[in-house]
Design a protein around this ligand. Structure first.
Ligand code: KIV
Length: 266
């Protein structure tokens, strides 16, 4: 039987050298399926803006939307650590606003931790959240909420200046009390160095094999959102094709009066 995963379990995974498994979910059905399968950490990502709402970027996602998705996933999750992603401008303005919104994800959504993007500049906010008992996960490298500043979906930390800054940010986030850091689209060697430098776990997405764990957007790894194929997002299923085939079969059966049968009727 799967045991309840807590922040302490995630930290222990690193000290024991056991890789952390993490995926995103946005609703009850995915919540219980991923949880039953034994995933350690489920993130209600602001990627809901891309895969559920069809937005081009994650920027339009609101606090109310993430609260709704978190509450839905919460109903299905018994074992995994449930983390809510704080959307753009829900934590950047002031620590007070960040505390207020993080509180909503926990009280109304049932999250056990929150995730924020950024480095040294958000450390005061992180400290304030950790002080009052809100576990916080970080996100460095390609941080989607800064897509316009970056000028596209590029790998980060490729030159030495940016690599050094990322290392300093990672240490600052650890000092501020974070329990884990996501590294997105970072060269594998840099992710290795950051993972070795930190005592808290790194969770990679497009950051090579040396991170302490891996996370993917569930819709990408299941082949459900198949409009784009990211180099780092290995596909373990082709659900979009399965759905297309199933819907075609249903429409054919309805049109040819092959559905419903006697057995499917009262
Ligand atoms: O929003 C999200 O899904 C994320 C993961 C890609 C880490 O931040």
């Amino acid at each position: 039987m799967n045991k309840k995963i807590r922040v302490s379990t995630i930290l222990k995974r690193k000290s024991e050298g056991v890789k952390i498994t993490a995926l995103t979910a946005y609703d009850y059905t995915f919540g219980y399926l991923l949880d039953e399968a034994g995933v350690d950490l489920i993130l209600v990502g602001d990627s809901c803006g891309n895969v559920c709402a069809g937005y081009e970027t994650t920027l339009p996602v609101t606090v109310d939307e993430v609260v709704y998705h978190t509450r839905s996933v919460r109903q299905g999750v018994k074992h995994a650590l449930l983390v809510a992603d704080m959307p753009f401008m829900s934590y950047q303005e002031t620590p007070e606003l960040a505390l207020h919104n993080a509180g909503r994800f926990m009280k109304e959504g049932g999250a056990e931790a929150v995730k924020v993007e950024g480095g040294e500049h958000i450390c005061e906010t992180v400290r304030r959240m950790v002080e009052i008992g809100i576990p916080v996960m970080g996100h460095l490298g390609f941080t989607p909420q800064s897509v316009h500043e970056f000028g596209g979906y590029k790998v980060r930390g490729q030159d030495s200046k940016e690599a050094e800054k990322m290392k300093a940010d990672a240490l600052a986030l650890q000092d501020a009390g974070m329990f884990a850091v996501v590294l997105e689209k970072v060269p594998a060697q840099l992710a290795k160095e950051i993972s070795e430098m930190l005592t808290i776990p790194t969770i990679g997405i497009g950051a090579g094999p040396h991170c302490d764990g891996q996370i993917l957007v569930s819709y990408d790894m299941l082949g459900l959102f198949d409009k784009v194929q990211f180099k780092f997002a290995r596909r373990y299923a082709s659900l979009a094709d399965d759905i297309r085939n199933a819907v075609n079969g249903y429409c054919d059966d309805v049109k040819s009066s092959n559905f419903p049968s006697q057995d499917e009727s009262y």
